[in-house]
Design a protein around this ligand. Structure first.
Ligand SMILES: Nc1nc2c(c(=O)[nH]1)N[C@H]1C(S)=C(S)[C@@H](COP(=O)(O)OP(=O)(O)OC[C@H]3O[C@@H](n4cnc5c(N)ncnc54)[C@H](O)[C@@H]3O)O[C@H]1N2
Ligand code: MOO
Length: 636
C-alpha cells in the first residue's frame, strides 16, 4: 500500500455520526466470531469460565467413611444399652477403633464417638447408649454422587469449585478461551520513558489502561510497542496483531488528523463498518473487521479511549469469554443542570453522595483528556442524543463505577477547595466538589451536602462567614465548625521577575493575572481589594480566565501561562513560587444543626481535632489551627 506523507489534504473528514446502539448492532451483524474452548487442568483453572457443565466422575466420599474418631460397630449389637444394663463389646470381634475419614469396614454400620466409649480392660469396652445404623458415618455419595452436575456451564471457577471438582474426581475441564486482544498504541509523540520526558512527548498510559480493562473483562491482553505515524509500519503491526489475536485495538489516530491512517488501513485490509459514533467522549471510534476478527480504532484522549473501550470492545470480550458484566445501576437526583449537545449522546462522569437519604449526582469535569475525573467518578450518566441537557433536581439513572455501600458512607463536601480537604480525604471517606464558597452555601441550602467549606468575607465588617449564613438560612438551624486560618496572598514566579508588590500592579499592561471562579471566596477577596484600590477589573489582564482551585492558580503561574494569581500560601509553596502575604482568612465548615449527631460529622470532628491531622496541615505552612473543631451555633 502506498505510504501517505503528512499531507493535510488526506484528512479523514467524512466521519459518520451513528447512534451508539445502532453502531453496535451493525457491527454485531457483520462480526461473526464464535466462542473458543480448551481443556485445562482443574489445578490451574481458577478464574476460568466453564464451557460446559461439569459432572462428577466419582462419588464423594467414594467409600463409607467415619465422620468422628471412635469405634466402628454393628448398630444392632448395641441395642438396649443403658445405665442399668450396659452393653459390653470385644475389640476385633464386635468393634474396631477408627479415626475420622477412615473407611468403615464391612460388617460395621455405625461409629460411636470415643467420648462415649468406656474402656473395661482386656480389649473390652462398655456402652451406656445404643448406636443407630449409619450414625457418624459419611456414606458413599453423601457430598457428590457420581454422574451428578458439580458446576454449570458459564461458571467462573472459584477456589471452592476447584475443591469440589477434585473431590468429584474431575481433573480436566473444558473452559472458554479468553479473547486475545492486541493493543497497538500509535503516535510519534508517545513515550514510555517517563524519566526523560520532553515537551511534546505524551506518556503512553492508554496501552496499560487497556491492558487492565481487557484483563478485567476476562480477555488476554498483549501490548505492542508504540507505532510511529507511518502508514507502512502501522499496517505491518496491524497484520501481525490480527494474526496473533482475536481482537485488535488501535489507539489514537482515529480522528481527522493528517496522520490518522487507521481507517484507511482497515479499509484496505478488510472492512470499515462504522467510523464515527454519535457519542461523546469517544466520537471518532472506528469499528472494523479484518480476516473475520474485530479491529477497533479507539480515540487517543484517555477518557474517550475508556468509554470507547467499555462500549465497543468490552461487550465482545465478555460475550466471547463468557464473562458477564456485573455493573450495577442506581437512581439519583442531579444537583446541577447538565447542558448537552443535541447531536451526540453524552456520557457524563459524576460523583455521588447520600445526603438526607437521597443519592445526589454531581457532574465532574467533562474534558476528554481528564483522567483524574474518571478516577474520581462514582458513576456515569448518559444524556441521550437529541436531548439538550438535564435540569437540576431531575431523577437520573447512573451506572456505578464504585460500590454503593462505599459511596453511602462518605461525608459529602460541596464548596470552597483547600488542600486540607485532600489531607482529610486520605483519612476518612469523603466526596468533595469544588464549586466555591457561594456554590457551597447554595448546595447546603438545597440539602445536597453534609458540609459546605466556606470562606466569605463580609465587606462591611471584615469578618468571615457568619453574616452570610444568617442571610441565607433560617435562624437557629445552622452551625459553623471552625476550620483553619489560612494565609492568602499574591503568588508570583520564583524571584518575582516582574517585581510585583501588590494589587496595584495587577493593572499593569505587562502583567497577566489568573482569576478564581465567580462565587469563590478568593475571587471575592480580589474584587474587594481591587475596589479598595479603585482598580477597574477591566484593567486587569486575565481577569476573565478562571480556574477552580488554589493549585490551579499556582500551576498557571508556574507554567508561565500567567505572571500572577491570588491564593493560599500552601499552594504557592508547593509549586516553589514566591508569595506576597495579604492576610489570614477563616476557612470554615457549615453544617446543619440536625446533622451534628450524624456519624459522618462526628468522624469529621474526631479527625480534624486529631494530632495527626493537625500536624499534617501545619507542615504545609501558612495555616493556623487554634480553634479547629469548635462548634459555633449561628443565631441572630
Ligand atoms: N478536526 C477535528 N479534530 C478532532 C475531531 C474531529 O472530529 N475533527 N475529533 C476530536 C475528538 S472528539 C477526539 S476524541 C480526538 C481523537 O483524536 P485521535 O484519536 O486522532 O488521537 P490523537 O490526535 O492521535 O491523540 C489525541 C490525544 O490523545 C492522547 N493520547 C494519544 N495516545 C495516547 C496514549 N497511548 N496514552 C495516553 N494518551 C494518549 C494525547 O493527549 C493526544 O494528544 O480528536 C479530536 N480532534
Ligand atoms: O468524542 Mo472525543 O472522543 O469528545 O473526546
Amino acid at each position: 500500500m502506498e505510504h501517505l506523507r503528512d499531507d493535510h489534504s488526506k484528512r479523514n473528514i467524512y466521519i459518520d455520526n451513528q447512534p451508539r446502539l445502532k453502531a453496535i448492532e451493525a457491527y454485531e451483524e457483520k462480526l461473526k466470531q464464535s466462542k473458543k474452548q480448551e481443556e485445562v487442568s482443574v489445578y490451574q483453572s481458577l478464574g476460568r469460565i466453564t464451557a460446559q457443565a461439569v459432572f462428577a466422575n466419582i462419588s464423594s466420599p467414594h467409600y463409607h467413611s467415619a465422620a468422628m474418631d471412635g469405634i466402628a460397630v454393628l448398630a444392632e449389637k448395641t441395642y438396649g444399652a443403658n445405665e442399668r444394663s450396659p452393653v459390653i463389646l470385644k475389640e476385633s470381634v464386635d468393634f474396631c477403633y477408627i479415626n475420622t475419614g477412615n473407611p468403615v469396614a464391612d460388617g460395621y454400620d455405625a461409629v460411636i464417638m470415643i467420648e462415649d466409649v468406656i474402656p473395661e480392660g482386656e480389649g473390652l469396652i462398655k456402652l451406656l447408649v445404643p448406636a443407630h445404623p449409619w450414625q457418624h458415618v459419611r456414606t458413599v455419595g453423601e457430598d457428590i454422587v457420581k454422574g451428578e452436575m458439580i458446576i454449570p456451564s458459564g461458571h467462573k471457577i472459584r477456589a471452592i469449585d476447584i475443591g469440589a471438582l477434585l473431590s468429584g474426581g474431575v481433573v480436566v475441564i473444558n473452559v472458554l478461551c479468553p479473547v486475545k486482544v492486541g493493543i497497538i498504541p500509535t503516535g510519534n509523540e508517545l513515550t514510555r520513558d517517563i524519566e526523560t520526558l520532553e515537551k511534546g512527548q505524551i506518556i503512553d498510559s492508554n496501552a496499560w489502561m487497556f491492558q487492565g480493562l481487557v484483563t478485567e473483562a476476562g480477555g488476554l491482553p498483549t501490548v505492542y510497542e508504540p507505532v510511529e505515524d507511518n502508514m507502512k509500519q502501522l499496517e505491518e503491526v496491524i497484520c501481525k496483531a490480527i494474526n496473533e489475536n482475536d481482537f485488535v485495538i488501535v489507539n489514537a489516530g482515529s480522528s481527522a488528523g493528517s496522520k490518522d491512517y487507521t481507517v484507511d488501513i482497515i479499509r484496505s485490509l478488510g472492512e470499515v463498518i462504522v467510523h464515527g459514533i454519535a457519542m461523546k467522549p469517544g466520537k471518532p471510534t472506528i469499528l472494523g473487521i479484518i480476516d473475520n476478527k474485530g479491529i477497533i480504532g479507539i480515540p487517543g484522549y484517555p477518557v474517550s479511549a475508556y468509554f470507547s473501550f467499555r462500549n465497543f470492545v468490552e461487550p465482545f470480550i465478555r460475550k466471547l469469554s463468557g464473562s458477564p458484566n456485573d455493573d450495577e445501576k442506581t437512581k439519583a437526583v442531579l444537583s446541577k443542570r447538565i447542558v448537552s449537545s443535541l447531536k451526540h449522546e453524552e456520557l457524563v462522569r459524576v460523583t455521588l453522595g447520600k445526603v438526607n437519604g437521597q443519592l445526589i449526582a454531581t457532574a465532574l469535569n467533562r474534558g476528554a483528556g481528564n483522567t483524574t475525573s474518571l478516577v474520581r467518578a462514582d458513576g456515569v450518566l448518559t444524556v441521550p442524543i437529541h436531548v439538550e441537557g438535564i435540569e437540576a433536581e431531575e431523577n437520573v439513572e447512573v451506572q456505578l463505577l464504585k460500590p454503593l455501600e462505599i459511596i453511602e458512607k462518605r461525608a459529602v463536601f460541596i464548596g470552597s477547595h483547600d488542600i486540607i480537604i485532600d489531607i482529610l480525604s486520605d483519612m476518612m471517606p469523603i466526596s468533595s466538589s469544588h464549586v466555591g464558597s457561594f456554590g457551597g452555601l447554595m448546595a447546603k441550602r438545597k440539602g445536597e451536602c453534609h458540609i459546605a467549606p466556606i470562606h466569605l468575607m463580609d465587606e462591611a465588617t471584615g469578618d468571615y462567614n457568619d453574616a452570610f449564613v444568617k442571610k441565607y438560612f433560617e435562624d437557629g438551624t445552622m452551625s459553623i465548625i471552625s476550620g483553619v486560618k489560612r494565609l492568602q496572598g499574591i503568588m508570583v514566579k520564583k524571584g518575582n521577575p516582574k517585581q510585583i508588590k501588590g494589587f496595584a500592579d495587577l493593572s499593569r499592561d505587562d502583567v497577566i493575572f489568573v482569576n478564581r471562579q465567580r462565587g469563590s471566596g478568593t475571587r471575592q477577596l480580589l474584587d474587594y481589594e481591587l475596589k479598595k484600590q479603585k482598580i477597574d477589573p477591566k484593567e486587569v489582564n486575565g481577569y476573565d480566565w478562571e480556574v477552580n482551585t488554589h493549585m490551579g492558580v499556582a500551576v498557571a503561574v508556574d507554567s508561565n501561562a500567567v505572571d500572577v494569581g491570588l491564593g493560599i500560601y500552601a499552594a504557592a509553596d508547593n509549586m516553589g513560587l514566591d508569595f506576597i502575604p495579604v492576610g489570614y482568612e477563616a476557612y470554615e465548615f457549615l453544617v446543619s444543626n440536625d446533622d451534628l449527631n450524624d456519624d459522618r460529622i462526628k468522624k469529621f470532628l474526631e479527625i480534624i481535632t486529631s494530632d495527626i491531622f493537625k500536624s499534617s496541615v501545619l507542615s504545609l505552612g501558612g495555616y493556623q489551627l487554634d480553634d479547629i473543631g469548635t462548634i459555633r451555633k449561628i443565631e441572630k
